[in-house]
Each structure stands twice: as structure tokens, then as C-alpha cells.
Design a protein around this ligand. Sequence first.
Ligand code: EPZ
Length: 433
Amino acid sequence: MSPRHLSITGGTPLKGEVRVSGAKNAATKELVASLLTSEPVTLTNVPNIGDVEVTLAMLKHLGAKVTRTGGRVTVHASKLKTFAVTEAFSRKNRIPILLLGPLLARFGKAKIPALGGCKIGARPVDFHVEALRKMGATIDCNGVYVASAPDGLKGAVIELPFPSVGATENVMLAAVLAKGTTVIQNAAVEPEIVDLAKLLQGMGAIISLDVNRTWVIEGVESLHGAKHRVIPDRIEAASFAVAAAVTGGDVTIKDAQQEDMLSFLNALRRVGVPFDVQEDGIRVRGPARLDATTLETDVHPGFMTDWQQPFVMLLTQAEGVSIVHETVYENRFGYAEALARMGANIQLHKECLGSKACRYKNKNQRHSAVIVGPTPLVAANIDIPDLRAGFSYLIAALIAQGTSKITGIEHVERGYENILGKLRRLGAKVKVT
Ligand code: EPZ
């Protein structure tokens, strides 16, 4: 397929209603969970995005039967034919590593190729590997992860060095069928993980969230089929909220969940963006003036790192000096350079410019940003490097003077369903050639 070129002409306020799709970062993990039973698992509200495509292709390759009608996907993994994920699925996203638990449960062994995903830092999987070793697996990693646990995995007390989303999910997926009880301390508690736990409980798992970021999972003999609705995507919801605010628009974001977005909505309020929480969504309007702010990304319930890119985009239009301290990834401001070419004033710093020092103090990583605004933006030619940065560029183009030419839209389509259609329905001037 030849690369598509996108033209976006800025200057139109976004108006109307948009419905957010199911969350990528819940749906993909829940599809993996469906391998833990030989009975059918049906998920609804599954987004039609690149990362779901890749995950379903991987499940089919392992031998699962997949049926899909719109957002309804049934995975029936009655028999799996291989424990080895081939190189073809290597470097596409971060999902394959999560197959370790289910494949060890089904086969006592697993072979997983190198991981991909957005280039936003080193993104090692040492916590995953250490935790599964503690549960009795032998794992060699020489480019390919080769794991075995011929006598099955056993419960363990695992304290994660950092509340990693993927490592928490991996241990959870491995623990539901392990012998005995697993306790994950300093675990991640993101809404997408709670959603995964809800599916697993629906499949027969015994799983609870204790105080102080602790998951307790009592292993059971087997799991059964279940039906589950994937939670709405709070990253997509926040991205549209920023697009509405910064274009001076008025958008009702259907299915946006206030309880999963408290820290984002607080940040919107601090910069002066009016919003109303409604029964089935959140309405966001463009303010007369945006105020500068300071914020720090953090694990849930903090301000999530995936909201950082659209929010920095918003801050380029705020009056005064804003500071954003990224504490989850060491290298998540790469997109700032293209925004600077469009006229934004963003300086990156190696110091922790937040209220507390983070893991990247003295690590020589540019993980704090100072944004001086407001700066008018002008159209540019942009090649999208990754998913979340990609949406920020689309927002930048929506307010820039002139027509921006954009390539690499497939990165955005990995994570946002029908993104161009949704933007057009809100009035954005978007053309694809
Ligand atoms: C998930 O990535 C999401 N991806 C990311 O969203 C999200 O930014 C991230 O969680 C944080 O919320 C998916 O769910 C597919 P982590 P994950 O393990 O699980 C370090 C998007 O755009 N770490 O919580 O890979 C790691 O390097 C993506 O949808 C280790 O050091 O994130 C990072 O600095 C981008 N060793 C931090 O922890 C490990 O073994 C958090 O990573 C694991 C992680």
C-alpha cells in the first residue's frame, strides 16, 4: 500500500459530538486473556485499530478461532497449535510479552520474539522476566524470550520496582492459573488493568485489589468463557477534549468517563477550559483565554503519560510559562521538535522541574519541558513518529495557519479508531491523497 498523505487546513473550531471507542490498552490485553480458557470469550466495544488487528492475527497464528462483527469479537482458544510466536509479529507492539503467562499455562513453555511499540524510551521488560522467574519459570532472553515451566507456575510475593502497567498485567495473567496465591506489591492500578481484572473474575479467577497498590490473586484450576465490554478509551477522550478546547470549539465526548479522568479534568480546570460532566459523556468548550500551569505525569491515579502530548500542545496556546515534568518515560518529548518548527516555544531540560525528583534525576535525559505561550502556529510538513505524538500533531495542524502535509498517519491508526472520520464529522478540514 502506498503511503497516504494527509492535508489538514487549520482554523476551524471543532463542534458536535464524538463517541470514544473501546480502550486499546484494555482490549488488547483482554484478547490475550482469552487464551487462558478453552471456552469462548466474547468482548464488545473492541476498537477497530491497528494494534487490535495485530493482536488478533497473533491469536489466530497460535491456533485460536476468532470471529468479529463490528466491535464484537469472540476468541475461542479450544486448542492451541503452537507455543511459539513467530518473527512476523516481532517489533510490532508490546503485546507479545503478555503471552508468556497464558502460553506457560497452556503448554508449560513459550517463545516470544523481540518487542516493538512507540520509541519513547528504553522500555525494558526486566520486571516481567524477574517476576515470572519468581513464579517458577525459566526464561532465556537472547533477542527471543524462551520460557518454560514444565511443572506449572506457582504463586509468589512480587514487589515491582515501579508500578509498571505491563508487568502488573503479565503477572496477573500468569497468576490466575498458578498454584497458590500471588501478591503483586507496588503494582499498577490503571483503569485498564482493573478492567482486565473484571474480565478475569468473570472467567472464574479469584482476584482482588488491596490497599497500597496490591493485587492478590488466588490461583484456580481452570477458567471458563465470559462476556465483557471493554471500557472506553480515556486517552482518546482526553485527546478530543484538548482538540475541542484549543480550536475554540464545543464538543461533547460521548462515553468519556469522569472517574477515570479526574486528574486530566483537574488540569483542564486549572488552565481555564470549561467542561460539563453529563450522564453519558463530557462536554468541553474552548475558553476565551488559556492559563499556563505546571504538571507532572505519574502512574494512576496521577496525570497519565499518554495525556502529556496533547496537553503540551494545549499549553503552547496558554498565557505564560508552563512546566511539564515527565516521570514515567525518559524520552517522551521527541515530538516537541516538530511543534517548535510550527512556531511553538518548548525547551527541554534534563533536570526534574517538578515538585519531586523522579527516577530520571541525574540520568542525562531531557524529561522536563518549559513551554512559553501563546505562540501562533504555522502549517508544516510532518512525518508522524508515534501514536500519541501523532494525535498532538493533528491538533497542532488543526490550529495552524495554512495547510499542513502529514505522513505516517498509520501510527495514529494503531490506536485511534476512524480518527480521520471522527475529526471530519467535527468539522476539521482533512483530506487524504
Ligand atoms: C503501557 O505501556 C501502555 N501500553 C503505554 O501506552 C503507557 O504509556 C504505559 O503503560 C504507562 O501508562 C500498553 O498498554 C500497550 P510500563 P507499558 O510497563 O506497559 C519502565 C500508548 O501509546 N519499565 O508501565 O509498556 C518502562 O521503561 C502506550 O498506548 C521497566 O523499567 O508501560 C517505563 O519507563 C505508549 N522495566 C515505565 O516502567 C519493565 O520491566 C512504565 O512502563 C517494565 C517497565
